[in-house]
Design a protein around this ligand. Structure first.
Ligand code: MEV
Length: 313
């Protein structure tokens, strides 16, 4: 048997954190990074085994009741359960290869689960449809985050730009005029459940002030959607700056992200903001024409761990 399945990463353009509280957000697939799972037959009686190819000490996870707090084992368990696989587990060895940095805001967790669920269900000759896959990956996301909005799994499973709002039908976004972002990594990360938890506590302590910030972010996402769909992408810059300011007010930015956003703007970016959970991870800067290389270099000189160009649309 030689089966493999892939899932791309994601970038949030507008609306992170507020999306957890029902506001709309915009996210796009990030094809520059991906998770891939290959499937081979395992020795008879081995059951489902998951191998982490790139880890320093390749480890082997057996899918059993003891390992279900591991996101990969839990994904495999949910797939077998969904397919009503009864009796002995299939003897399959699934190997993970991923170029998505963990905790960087690229949706590594959701992408790895998506690739694994796709590969396992295909190996069992019953590939999951997107709705079932999305439900499974969301359930695994709950293990990482506690209260995920569902945006990461949705954009990664459907592989389309999305205008996402909790409890609403999926809305994909058309992008008539592609635009260019510099994606930079701050060099440090904070687990998403920490920043999401802190925003939750802030909201509980000051519901009126923080609720207003969520609404302002939601308004930015709606305006950004109109601009993107009408091809007025240069006008997204000021909205990104405003979204970053509101994320600062939610306490999820930090000095390094603030400085890198400032450096990007000074080097000619039309706008810049953090992207994802915050306090490290990624920022995105909107660039046009010949600013691209200037902004990328300025970010690297200012200490970004990584900076690359990504075309959206
Ligand atoms: C994480 O990629 C985005 C957050 O809004 C959390 C979520 O939506 O679940 C910070």
């Amino acid at each position: 048997m030689h089966i493999q399945a892939t899932a791309y990463g994601k970038l949030i353009l507008f609306g992170e954190h507020a999306v957890v509280y029902g506001q709309p957000a915009i996210a796009v697939p990030l094809t520059a990074v991906s998770a891939r799972i290959t499937v081979e037959n395992g020795p008879p009686g081995s059951g489902v085994q998951i191998v982490l190819a790139e880890s320093d000490a390749p480890s082997r996870i057996l899918v059993d009741d003891q390992t279900l707090d591991n996101a990969l084992a839990y994904t495999a368990h949910l797939v077998l359960q969904h397919l009503e696989y009864s009796g002995a587990q299939p003897d399959l060895k699934l190997t993970l290869h991923s170029s998505i940095p963990i905790g960087a805001g690229f949706g590594s967790g959701a992408a790895v689960s998506t690739a694994l669920a796709r590969a396992l269900s295909t190996a069992l000759e019953r590939p999951l449809d997107k709705a079932a896959l999305n439900d499974i990956v969301y359930t695994v996301e709950e293990l990482h985050h506690g209260t995920p909005s569902g945006i990461d799994n949705t954009v990664i499973v459907y592989e389309k730009p999305v205008f996402f709002q909790r409890e609403e039908a999926l809305t994909t976004l058309s992008i008539p005029e592609p635009f260019t972002l510099i994606v930079a990594h701050a060099g440090h990360t904070t687990p998403t459940h920490i920043t999401v938890g802190d925003v939750g506590r802030l909201f509980a302590a000051e519901p009126s002030r923080i609720g207003t910030i969520f609404e302002q972010i939601g308004t930015l996402s709606r305006t950004a959607r109109r601009l993107i769909e009408s091809g007025s992408t240069a006008a997204l810059g000021p909205l990104m700056n405003e979204n970053h300011r509101l994320l600062q007010a939610l306490t999820v930015s930090d000095e390094i992200l603030d400085r890198l956003c400032e450096v990007a703007r000074e080097a000619g970016a039309l706008g810049a903001k953090l992207s994802g959970g915050g306090r490290g991870g990624n920022l995105i800067a909107l660039v046009e024409g010949n600013q691209e290389e200037m902004v990328r270099r300025a970010l690297l000189v200012a200490g970004a761990a990584r900076a690359f160009t990504s075309t959206v649309g």
